[in-house]
Design a binder for this molecule. Sequence first.
Ligand code: ADP
Ligand code: MG
Length: 669
Amino acid sequence: YSERYFEILEKRKTLPVWQQKDRFVDILSKNQIMIVVGDTGSGKTTQIPQFVVEAGYATNRKQVACTQPRRVAATSVSRRVADEMDVMIGAEVGYSIRFEDCCGRKTILKYLTDGMLLKEAKTDPLLERYNVIILDEAHERTLSTDVLFGLLKRILNCRPDLKLVVMSATLESKKFQGYFNGAPVLRVPGRLHPVDIFYSEFPEKNYFEAAIRTVVQIHACEPPGDILLFLTGEEEIEDACMKIRNGIRNFGDHIGPVKVLPLYSSLPPTVQHRIFESAPPPQKEGGPPGRKIVISTNIAETSLTIDGIVYVVDPGFSKQKLYNPRIRQESLLVCPISKASAEQRAGRAGRTQPGKCFRLYTVESFQDQLPSQTLPEILRSNLANVVLTLKKVGIDDLVHFDFMDPPAPETLMRALEQLNYLGAMDDDGNLTEMGMLMSEFPLDPQMSKMLVVSPKFNCSHEILSITAMLSVPNCFLRPREARKAADEAKARFAHVDGDHLTLLNIYHAYKENEEDPSWCCENFLNIRALQSAANVRSQLLGIMNRHNLKISSTQFTHPNYYPNIRKAIVTGYFMQVAHLEQSGHYLTVKDNLMVHLHPSTCLDHKPQWVLYGELVLDSTERSSIRMVTDVKGDWLIDLASQYYDMLNFPQCEARRALMRVYEKRGRGI
Ligand code: ADP
Ligand code: MG
């Protein structure tokens, strides 16, 4: 072993789980299922899987799996563990996330997202390649983890040789214990220092501005210690990084230097990794000390532990998925966090020494307005993909599937209905051939549908590129200091028929200029996003080839080149269509919601009918639709009239407009 190995080993030995090693191995040997509960940072994610491997469970060419709800956690933790075991990542320790597999023939310990394990179950229904499966961060109750709960309970009945470890950061183990047949719980005693909590005296008008102000104040006035600020997403975080750097610069030499670091999921791994660096040294000897300031989404709440944090700033919001089955709509919305989340966030301040947490809301609103727990994701999601997966695994009776929190029957109905409209499921609820094909793709049903039908429209090459572009982080860079230039660059790629075709233009231009290292930068495009789009595309192409889906293109000069592509998109997304009203706004066909075109669209006119990829709900009247493409009323009738026929919204203006299209052609729906 290297010197570094022993250095890290000393640090590992100080983690609270280290003391529990023998007890853990003992309980595991005597039980098929066990639960481990311990504070964030106690060493569960990095150490427990190593204990399992050391105890000899990785045998017979069978691996140990440890799931993570977040891609960042899976990659970052596996790298750390490879370091700790003194091996290369991808050798004994690997990771697997959607579109990226870093495992090899030697791999015995695999960190993977819960979504990937679920995907593996589709081709390996008893998960036979594993001896031990660890479901980590169970308290997060993500959609995939909840589905895995139910699936694994069934699998364990068929496989007495398989063991399951459920790990959670909260003490709410009663519910887990009840669900997992009274499995024993190993509690790892915490080691948290006290954290003083400060509330805002009055409600903040603008949590973002308040957060910036608080961080700058802490740096100017508080003793040494790093700062962690929670915000809701990429744009907000990048904006805050800049404002905080500027705010601190105004103080000149009176205060110490800072390292302001963003953390969100679409950030390149090398940049993400910087959060583990230490604070900068003082500018001159004896000068004011430096500070690390991390600005993060929920990732830093429990998934990743950053050492050295003493101050936490918690504005009390996070971006959450919401689903309203009545209007068949899933969307991301900035919502107040739960009390449990607020406690976790505060806890981040007490890892290394006593800390402080600044809550940017009043104590009254904490007590009276925050829900005690976040609702499990399964109760806030469109379940079409879950239903497709379960059907593929061979589970027919969804109503009696053993969910820890069963979703509303209406939500399940909506999922079945959507799959039925997409032709993935017949009227008896059985997967059709189309459904089988769709379930092969690691994509949302609308996207897999448009891929599967693309050969029919002679445009599979183009739909592959568009799907790949839709599956990677936003490729447009828009630095604050060069917004105008960035917008002009984007406009050069704009396609008159909308954003999907604009993505296609960009992909083509990127491939033509791939050799030119400065091309992306000059055009304000995120090179990493485009590189991963190319990678995603080749994987999707592989799946198409394996299933004999024809890969073809219409001649570029043919007048149907673009219409064919748009028709293929309609075939997947016909449920997400809106009609232009005289007043200048749009109404969605399926639920009569008033929406506007999102300012990011490159459409320079307002088409009669548009298809949209995403709906951004707003608490005010300004809900908007993103990723918009001009479509023809006639196509909607040709490709989806059966679906519109089933919808019955007598009050819906947009539907009446669709009827008029139909009547003009001399046929009634
Ligand atoms: P838990 O899962 O209980 O929250 P972890 O196993 O994730 O705890 O973390 C235990 C410790 O490992 C952390 O406190 C941190 O010191 C260290 N650690 C984890 N990941 C990294 C990393 N990428 N770089 C450096 N240290 C790390
Ligand atoms: Mg963990």
